[in-house]
Design a protein around this ligand. Structure first.
Ligand code: SIN
Length: 494
């Protein structure tokens, strides 16, 4: 594993400690045949690190380790499992600046946002440290009185965790936290584009386990340039009992088909197309402020990002103009640069896709109020963009944008607004701004989304159930529900 070509924004101490190998059974080492792939800084297009590129045989070695460690880890007292997670939380928070710098380097988001992600991500460790002792069961007399019923919970078994690139720490800890709390061992396949932060956190966990003399194969990490090299051999291996995936609905469908061969427990956090409803009675200042968060967190590269702004006719023009003015004032640049508010997209392909959606919408009659250009020649930047008068059937409305583009679609009455909000196969997040309690209740009851922000542009919280309806996924992460995903129920008639 070679050292970095360009890490000018990272401290030498951090550079020296970023693990770039595979973590198998408590040891960092090379991939089969010494294969590596490059991780790039999306703000500079420069290579950051070469990372070990796991083969199918490497993936199976990782599963061997997770399977071997499983009996000892499930037998580790829940309190001690919780204490491990709490100690890792403390160590990650103590290194928040380092972790944030690494997130910015590999993912591009501004440092302040990266730091917020470190705290959000670490919070999953703290929350599940607290939940590890709460895998509750039941004991009662059977209704007919002839026997007792004992219901208890067991860890489901070794789990494969497949994480996306957009929140490199939070998406890993949101899976690792509940898995370890429940007593499951894991194999993690981090995203090809951002494997470094996961490796850094895994190293903190490895060292905490080693310091306590706990099994070394509890957490294994196998980055790969080809996801199928890791997922395919593991999904057909009967020792694997759980798959947790965050990513696109298209990939999720394929993984679900493969997971069917072993009838695996699955948690699927898939794509979104969040409506952001602004009713005529909304506080427009608050709506614009919420829109900035809901749209521009991680430059719009989030599955809960507001994708479509559905705004009542009476305020659509004014809202779009105010949003455009707010977007225009934002500083776009490398995330490591002071004052940057919007960083790059993850790769060139992403910029091309976003630009294609904007161009198609504007060819279809939408008006560009701001943006619609590539503001820098180096790095994968796209300007925050507001489109008004957008046709509800435009691709920029019907597809997940994953970029800093806000299409504004006007609606006439509440029925039409809600019908537009629900006119998608997705059902992850939704946002609504209104000063009417009745409207807020109606939105909460009728909008088809697993998470709804009312007069708020942010729903994510480690202690709340994160997940979607319809084709946005199966199961929940975070909250009490997140632990359930890693537990089985066993009933004993006694
Ligand atoms: C995601 O985009 O997948 C997750 C975002 C979040 O947890 O807030």
């Amino acid at each position: 594993m070679s050292r970095p070509a360009s890490t000018s924004n990272l401290s030498p101490a951090l550079v020296a400690h970023v693990p770039t190998g595979l973590l198998v059974d408590g040891h960092w080492g090379p991939a089969e045949g010494g294969r590596t792939f490059e991780v790039e800084d999306p703000a500079t297009e420069e290579s950051l690190f070469d990372v070990a590129d796991a083969s199918p045989a490497d993936a199976l070695r990782a599963l061997d380790a997770a399977h071997r460690a499983a009996p000892a880890w499930r037998a580790t007292p829940p309190r001690e499992r919780g204490e491990v997670l709490r100690a890792v939380y403390d160590r990650v928070v103590a290194r928040a600046d380092d972790v944030a710098a690494l997130i910015t380097a590999e993912c591009g988001k501004p440092l302040a946002e990266a730091r917020a992600e470190v705290l959000y991500g670490a919070d999953f460790l703290r929350w599940y440290a607290e939940q590890a002792v709460r895998a509750e069961g039941l004991a009662r007399t059977a209704p007919a009185g002839g026997n007792r019923q004992l219901v208890f919970r067991r860890p489901v078994g070794p789990a494969l965790l497949v994480t996306p690139w957009n929140f490199p720490i939070a998406m890993a800890t949101r899976k690792i936290g509940p898995a370890l709390a429940a007593g499951c061992t894991v194999v993690i396949k981090p995203a090809r584009l951002t494997p470094l932060t996961t490796a850094l956190v895994a190293e903190v966990i490895r060292s905490e386990l080693a310091d306590r003399g706990l099994p070394t194969g509890v957490v294994n990490v196998v980055p790969s340039s080809c996801a199928a090299d890791v997922t395919e051999p593991l999904l057909v291996d009967e020792r694997l009992r759980k798959l947790s995936f965050t990513g696109s609905t298209a990939v999720g469908r394929t993984l679900l088909e493969k997971a069917a061969s072993q009838v695996l427990r699955t948690s699927m956090e898939l794509g979104g197309n969040a409506p952001f409803l602004v009713f005529a009675d909304a506080d427009l200042d608050a709506a614009v402020e919420g829109a900035l968060v809901a749209k521009l967190r991680n430059a719009g590269q989030s599955c809960v990002a507001a994708n479509r702004f559905l705004v009542h006719d009476a305020v659509a023009r004014e809202f779009a103009q105010r949003l455009a003015a707010a977007f225009e004032g934002l500083r776009v640049g490398p995330g490591a640069q002071d004052g940057t508010q919007v960083g790059p997209l993850i790769e060139e392909k992403a910029v091309d896709k976003v630009a294609g959606l904007v161009d198609a919408a504007s060819d279809g009659g939408a008006q560009v109020l701001t943006g619609a250009d590539r503001p820098r020649t180096t790095g994968y930047f796209y300007a925050p963009t507001v489109l008004s008068g957008v046709d509800p059937d435009a691709r920029v409305v019907t597809e997940e944008i994953f970029g800093p583009v806000a299409p504004v679609v006007a609606f006439g009455d509440d029925d039409e607004g809600l019908a537009l909000a629900n006119a998608t196969e997705y059902g992850l997040a939704a946002y609504a701004y209104t000063s009417s309690l009745d409207r807020a209740v109606r939105v909460s009851e009728e909008v088809e989304a697993g998470m709804i922000g009312i007069n708020r542009g942010m729903v994510s919280d480690a202690s709340a159930p994160f997940g979607g309806l319809k084709q946005s996924g199966l199961g929940r992460e975070g909250g009490e529900a997140g632990l359930e995903e890693y537990l089985e129920t066993v009933y004993v008639a006694l």
